[in-house]
Design a protein around this ligand. Sequence first.
Ligand code: OAD
Length: 225
Amino acid sequence: MSKKIVILTGAGISAESGIPTFRDSGGLWENEPVQLVATPEGFESDPERVINFYNKRREALKNAEPNAAHHALVQLEEKFGDDFLLITQNVDDLHQRAGNKRVIAMHGELLKVRCLGSQEHVFHCTEDQPEKCPECGAKMRPHIVWFGEIPFEMDRIQKALAKCDLFAYIGTSGAVYPAAGFRQLAKLSGAHVVCLNLEEISGGYTDEFIKGKASEVVPKWVEEV
Ligand code: OAD
């Protein structure tokens, strides 16, 4: 039987591509109160502030390129094919641009917007968010999962975690559920659990900690898998 691998990535994997993380010093949540820009309530009370926040992040993404850690995960996917799944909490498109195909963007995608009238009206968007839905004229919102909303594709994620032999979480602080609980689900299903990060993450359910910058430790680790 072949080995099944699930990877979870967070903001740390894109840090060296120039995209700020959330909770490190100088991180996004230091400058923008999370409850104002990343909750449905924040959007309801000040939609312009929220739309501007994501417009700016979309603009900044144009100057970012995938780094060695993103590229290494493409090699891992090429090696393992359908036995590989990459779950990312990141809303940037750096995994997809590097070439990963089996990706679940559980917290949504910065380069998509959707209409408030229909879940099916989702559009690719590389510039500022359009004011009205091109299909039905309703108001639009970023295609981002905010606090208090259910992440995308949880069914598929849970099934993959229950079946995996190796689970690695990379560049994530483990502060936000449900993603923070994935290592527990994988460990209890019998997987070997590896953490690659600048800092050790407390809370257990980790067999191996590999300390270092993602661009350095991920390519080395991928060679060994
Ligand atoms: P955080 O900002 O909470 O954590 C980033 C982690 O990456 C920290 O543990 C850092 O030590 C580590 N790190 C920083 N630079 C690194 C590097 N070069 N190499 C390796 N590790 C590095 O970001 P996330 O855990 O991704 O959700 O945050 C999870 C969610 O919280 C985000 O998806 C977002 C946020 O609120 C939503 O917006 C819904």
